[in-house]
Design a binder for this molecule. Structure first.
Ligand code: ADP
Length: 451
């Protein structure tokens, strides 16, 4: 096992990893930007190195400096968290060259699965159902249109390098195809410096159901059940649940086996996620694999009792999985609400600033993942997610009651947040009944605007 790990991230996920390391007896090194010197992760780690200015490209994305910090502190491994360098194969190769263990899959696996168009091909070859669409990448609108006509409208135009809902546009008709394609491509070039696109059939109001995978370097692959992440705004998740209330035990088994087949086809190891869209007739389609720990991993931890960060670290150290598929049992129901410093009244504009009053709820089955503290100033340079509120109870109905109580108790003052929006959302009749799909928030907001 490692003696010391450097955490190449910030915010709640850095804090989450530091805590896991501490419990495992592993010393931690935090990195921070000049804007983050007062940040909780920088204060909690055993050592902290300021590696550059506020802009992510100069600090949390600065590969050379992160590697220098790792070598200078004698850390043997780097945990990348999510976002930043977590799915950057170039960085993983640089780690390998420096003899530093990257806590995640190999660079080759990231390459294979990180390019979404290439991942589709791998899955098709493995017999995993994918959304009907292109077999190969598309580079121009004209070729795209021919393919879109074959698929049939509406279609989804997506960036091969995409993530976080960026570089994705729906084209409803032949007429709006070209402008949608160009907009998506431009966004992809700007966000990922890569304008490679692909086209899929647009699935109307599906559920987003994803499977958590855990795999070691000895060929063992298991899944830890699914999460329902259908509550999304602009293709970004806001509430996640485990398990998905809408699927039968038979379908769960079938999807789980498919997820394992998908992970095996990629030669995967570490923690990872296979994402599917599930349509109204219970047909499911692979959309992508995330080769890192995800924001919503705690809901799976709550229902399985398995600490995913610790397992990820153990697997990276070469250990065998400590669980077989039979060992994994799903107990009760967990829900996560993402609390962001943003203003729902102003098109969810980020609202950084100083926390003047803070109170976290507690009690049985309530978990708060956050890097906030009283008097802390949220810097304007990074993601606006500031608290993950997670609850766990015997069933969905009880978990919803617990979430209602916990959201009601949570106080985050000094900045505007989406707390009230989340409160209204979970009390919506449709949400309470579990009638959710990826179009839910849009309909919810239209209903709100009408009232
Ligand atoms: P990203 O990597 O940017 O998160 P994904 O491929 O995971 O993109 O898709 C994000 C979300 O966009 C999905 O959860 C779903 O809501 C929507 N989406 C993606 N592809 C399709 C599709 N073919 N049809 C309908 N919705 C889609």
């Amino acid at each position: 096992m490692f003696d010391k790990i450097l955490i190449a991230n910030r915010g709640e996920i850095a804090v989450r990893i530091i805590r896991a390391c501490r419990e495992m007896g592993i010393r931690t090194v935090a990195i921070c930007s000049t804007a983050d010197k007062e940040a909780l992760h920088a204060q909690l780690a055993d050592e902290t190195i300021c590696i550059g200015p506020a802009a992510s490209k100069d600090s949390y994305l600065n590969m050379e400096r992160i590697l220098s910090a790792t070598l200078a502190t004698g850390a043997q491994a780097i945990h990348p968290g999510f976002g930043f360098l977590s799915e950057n194969s170039k960085f993983v190769r640089m780690c390998e060259k420096c003899n530093i263990t990257f806590i995640g899959p190999s660079a080759d696996i990231i390459d294979k699965m990180g390019d979404k168009s290439a991942a589709r091909s791998t899955m098709m070859a493995a017999g995993v159902p994918v959304v009907p669409g292109t077999k190969e990448a598309v580079y121009d609108a004209k070729t795209g249109l021919t393919i879109a006509k074959e698929i049939g409208f509406p279609v989804m135009i997506k960036a091969s390098a995409g993530g976080g809902g960026k570089g994705m546009r729906i084209a409803h008709t032949e007429e709006d195809f070209e402008s949608s394609f160009d907009t998506a491509k431009m966004e992809a070039e700007k966000s990922f410096a890569d304008g490679t696109m692909y086209i899929e059939k647009y699935i109307a109001n599906p559920k987003h159901v994803e499977f958590q995978i855990l795999a070691d370097q000895h060929g063992n692959v298991i899944h830890l059940g699914e999460r329902d992440c259908s509550i999304q705004r602009k293709h970004q998740k806001m509430i996640e649940e485990a398990p998905c209330a809408a699927i039968s035990e038979t379908l769960r088994k079938k999807m789980g086996q498919t997820a394992i087949k998908a992970a095996k086809a990629a030669g995967y190891y570490s923690a990872g996620t296979i994402e599917f869209l599930l349509d109204a007739s219970n047909d499911f389609y692979f959309i992508e694999m995330n080769t890192r720990i995800q924001v919503e991993h705690p809901v799976t931890e709550m229902v399985t009792g398995i600490d995913l960060i610790k397992e990820q670290i153990r697997v990276a150290a070469g250990e065998k999985l400590r669980y077989t598929q039979e060992d994994v049992t799903i107990k009760g129901h967990a829900i996560e609400c993402r609390i962001n410093a943003e203003d729902p009244e102003k098109n969810f504009m980020p609202c950084p600033g100083k926390i003047t009053d803070l109170h976290f709820p507690g009690g049985m089955g309530i978990r708060v993942e956050s890097a906030l503290y009283n008097g802390y100033t949220i810097p304007p340079f990074y993601d606006s997610m500031v608290v993950k509120l997670i609850v766990h109870d015997d069933n969905r109905e009880l978990a919803l009651k617990k979430m209602s109580s916990a959201l009601g108790e949570l106080i985050v003052q000094g900045v505007t947040t989406n707390l009230d929006f989340q409160y209204e959302l979970i009390h919506d009749e449709g949400f309470q009944k579990g009638n959710t799909d990826t179009g839910f928030i849009e309909r919810f907001m239209e209903k709100k605007a009408d009232n």
